[in-house]
Design a protein around this ligand. Structure first.
Ligand code: SAH
Length: 347
């Protein structure tokens, strides 16, 4: 059965027309879902009983079943949900001084197999529907409603490669961004990709205001091939060309994510290569403290070591920031909570 959360605003109007109703009826339903945030079709009290009956017979509201919830001392909250087919996914709520942000999962598992990432430990089982991504946001927003708080930002940085589930991700964003719905501003939404080059071109042509982040993690093909298998399909030259296309089509600054892995990519050699690679681009580098994953043996660096890397990059004219760690006292790294539960189920 199709979920009502799968329809964006315009599609909701079409849906209503298809049932012989006025388009306006569909838009009314959209507002029930995202403004009033009702949990059932029955609560849409200004629709006739007949309309509600037809809706209930044809559509559902994607239900997420909460399986675990961890709250960190810094307010970071990690949700583990079961989807209808039993698949487990995670969403994370993070508190910043500029607002509240949710990290959304886009796939069950991930096929990108980055060497350092917990999500890559399990192969992709399937793509999420846009409704399943919408429901993650709605679930967390409903939690916040109780405190009269509001989600202001979205990052598509949970488990999965969003550009390997492009259409569903873009449709999801259309819904949460819509001003008749949750109205989360496009400039407050960030999509992170490991570098699926053809989709970077597609994305560039959409001319949205969403932010783009590229998981770089290594400034040479030799090193990036070892860390990120995607680099064998789309090596750095092709990635950088796609990025230059993006910046020429969109007058937006982009972010490069760079996890500092001790003894692997944190040396002066990499600083020099990075500076050369990114010179002149309207971009900045977000240096990420690595969240150790038990399975793979990589180690993070100390804050002082990150500062050395940061200073050296800045000196070479590359803007950068060091990402603040969130939820260090819970299973906060990408996919860690899920992997822990999968293991429990196997045992
Ligand atoms: N597939 C997308 C989005 C999900 S990963 C991408 O690759 O960008 C989101 C970010 O978290 C990526 O930059 C990823 O490399 C990083 N990441 C993965 N595992 C991590 C870990 N253990 N510690 C810190 N960052 C991690």
């Amino acid at each position: 059965m199709k979920s009502l959360y799968d329809f964006n605003y315009d599609e909701m109007g079409e849906m209503a027309l298809a049932h012989g109703w006025k388009k306006f009826r569909g838009h009314q339903i959209f507002q029930w879902l995202y403004r009033k945030r009702v949990a059932s079709i029955d609560e849409m009290s200004d629709l006739s009983l007949e309309t509600r009956r037809v809706l209930s017979e044809n559509y559902e509201l994607t239900d997420l079943e909460l399986r675990d919830k961890q709250v960190s001392s810094d307010g970071t909250t990690k949700y583990l949900f079961a989807l209808k087919d039993g698949s487990l996914i995670e969403s994370v709520l993070m508190q910043f001084d500029y607002g509240k942000s949710i990290c959304v999962t886009s796939q069950v598992g991930c096929n990108m197999a980055c060497a350092f990432c917990a999500s890559g430990l399990t192969k992709k089982k399937r793509d999420l529907t846009s409704g399943e991504m919408v429901s993650q946001v709605l679930y967390v927003q409903r939690d916040l409603d109780a405190q009269k708080e509001r989600l202001s930002h979205i990052v598509v940085m949970g488990t999965g490669e969003p550009f390997d589930n492009y259409d569903h991700v873009m449709n999801f964003l259309r819904t949460v961004n819509h001003d008749r719905g949750l109205g989360i501003g496009a400039r407050h939404i960030t999509i992170s990709t490991c570098g699926v080059v053809p989709r970077i071109y597609d994305f560039s042509k959409e001319h949205t205001q969403y932010n783009l982040a590229i998981s770089l993690h290594a400034p040479s093909n030799e090193l990036r091939n070892q860390l990120m298998p995607i680099n064998k399909a789309y090596p750095l030259e092709e990635l950088m060309q796609a990025i230059r296309y993006y910046t020429s089509e969109n007058n937006r600054r982009l972010t490069f994510e760079y996890i500092l892995l001790k003894g692997v990519n944190d040396g002066m050699k990499q600083v020099n290569e990075l500076a050369k690679l990114l010179k002149g681009l309207n971009a900045y580098v977000n240096l990420i403290p690595y969240n150790a994953v038990d399975e793979n043996g990589f180690l993070g660096v100390k804050y002082e070591e990150a500062m050395v890397f940061y200073d050296a990059l800045m000196k070479r004219g590359i803007r950068c920031t060091i990402r603040k760690e969130h939820g260090a006292d819970i299973d906060a790294a990408c996919g860690q909570l899920r992997v822990k539960h999968l293991r429990k189920e196997d045992a």
